[in-house]
Design a protein around this ligand. Structure first.
Ligand code: ZN
Length: 196
């Protein structure tokens, strides 16, 4: 039966929130909306980033060494677009230091620059306090839930207190990006790369 409606469906959970990596030879600046960084060991396997699941991880058992990645939600200072930024543990060290000093990273001004021309060239991060009105910042992205949907961790609830049914898939709005692959397309708005 056709299900006509006079209203549009609700946008998908996390609609429009992209997973960003700093493109080669570009920089990205934004105000952090996360309170704390989130990170976990991951593997790049089967052409995508996947979480390492620990002792029973099939990628570890296959001999792949896990790589710790850090994520935070952030609002571009130029476009105001809300996104999730991925950093290596090395690049995220200043973020970790800032978090240790201030107890929170929310509202901090973060600049990430990839000077090299390869997708996996090192990223240099600077982070400092910002005195703009942080009441205007959007709520932080629930990163554990964001990645539960991205990584399809159906068997592993991201938050024990979530009792609502899982939202629609976000695969159409965010995609994993091969960190070592040659760049396909780079947008020129300084807001990071639209992932393939
Ligand atoms: Zn593993």
């Amino acid at each position: 039966m056709i299900q006509w409606s006079n209203t549009l469906p609700q946008p998908g959970e996390f609609a429009g929130i992209r997973l960003l990596r700093v493109p080669p030879k570009q920089s990205y600046q934004g105000l952090v909306t996360s309170t704390l960084l989130q990170g976990c060991p991951t593997h790049y396997a089967e052409r995508r980033t996947q979480p390492c699941t620990g002792e029973t991880c099939r990628h570890c058992l296959a001999g792949l060494v896990p790589r710790f990645l850090v994520y935070l939600s952030i609002c571009s200072t130029r476009t105001r677009a809300h996104a999730v930024l991925e950093l290596t543990a090395l690049a995220a060290q200043p973020v970790n230091d800032y978090q240790t000093r201030h107890g929170s990273i929310r509202g901090a001004l973060l600049t990430a620059e990839r000077a090299g021309n390869r997708p996996n060239s090192p990223v240099r991060v600077t982070i400092c306090p910002d005195d703009s009105d942080h009441r205007l910042l959007p709520p932080e992205v629930d990163l554990r839930r964001f990645f539960a949907l991205l990584w399809h961790l159906d068997e592993e609830p991201a938050n024990a207190d979530i009792d609502s049914p899982p939202g629609p898939s976000i695969r159409n709005t965010i995609h994993n990006d091969p960190p070592t692959q040659a760049p396909h397309h780079t947008n020129n708005n300084g807001n990071g790369r639209i992932l393939p």
